[in-house]
Design a binder for this molecule. Sequence first.
Ligand SMILES: [Zn+2]
Length: 426
Amino acid sequence: MRRFLPFFFAIPVFLITAQSTASSLLDFDQGVDVRPVIRQAGEIAVPGGDAVSPETIPANADDTVWISISRNDAGALGDELLKRALVGQNDSISIYELKVSGLDPLAAAMQRRFHMSPGFFTHDSLASALEDLSQPPPAAARAFSIDQGEKVAAMLKLVNEDAVTAIISRLSEYKNRYYRSVTGVASSKWIYDHWKELSAGRSDITVTAFPHSAYPQESVILTVRGTIEPDKVVVVGAHQDSTAGGSDKPAPGADDNASGIAVVNEVIRVVAASGYKPAQTLKFMAFAAEEVGLRGSQEIAAGFKKEGVAVQGMLNLDMTNYKGSAEDIFFISDNTNAPQNAFLGKLVSTYTGYNWAATRCGYGCSDHASWTKNGFAASFPFEAKMGEDNPNIHTAKDTLAQMGGRATHSFKFAKLAVAYIVEMAK
Ligand SMILES: [Zn+2]
């Protein structure tokens, strides 16, 4: 019988500067400005990992968090510590109180048991966790149409497999992109800088870092302002973090999820190279801290809901370069928007020679779920039938070499994503 690791295990603590006090660095939640420390951490880190070993940025391993998780999944894990941490539930969802240090073992257990990563939402407050016991608001109904053939065809010609390969390769160079490691901060800054470079010379494009108060890795958002209806927003996102269970573990994360970021990056590159200007606003996102409970995407999506942002649709890319099944693209059918899924299937059929099918991934399996639960129409095209996906994720073996050294499969998702933005933001 498989048991998962106890929640209490040591996280190495690394003090960035000798003269700084540990208490002020540890104090993320009480108003201490840790930005200079994080900036400094980004500057001293190099990709590759060996010259400077990635360490945990001192942060809150003992902080309390709350998770929402499928009641069936939690029950099937059969963990005694988890059982004792139960603080609320309904027929289908359970809420548990944990320490931050318990998130990695839980994510690893979910991955082993259900092939899900993470399969739960992490919350900074009990109130936020308890909201997950309520039915999420439905996404607004909308019409989908396909009538931009000429523009899509011209932009699809610019989608370049080598460019996608290069980004997977570059991001895989970091020892890991863990949400609390020095290299996880450095990789976030690399994405920010690279997206700035890609959009240089376009006054309608802005790139912003989205800081999260509870951990040092920042999400990155690139906005292309719509020319006619700028208040309407189409979101394409992927998580940037990688994990093999901690800040000291090698986790190249080539498929999970450099391959998703590389697809988002390629759409941005094609937008810039083609001079395309959308009628509605496009927002491209690199989410922080997905692997420990969809934390980055949750904070952003909840913020958008609160501000009443008119999100027209959201496309999530998470694992795109391992072809494990006969069909090319699998649309996740649970916790996604059925009309938008059908529209995406039509885009595949209309604009590519690929074939597609549907599969389920369970509760909270990736960042689309953050958008769905905040009332937005989200979809998630995936690399394989669930269970036939990449067996190497969350290990040191999740490399580009293990996937043939090329972005052959991701290329298909980049084409789909280009067709999606042009037909959505018109
Ligand atoms: Zn992932």
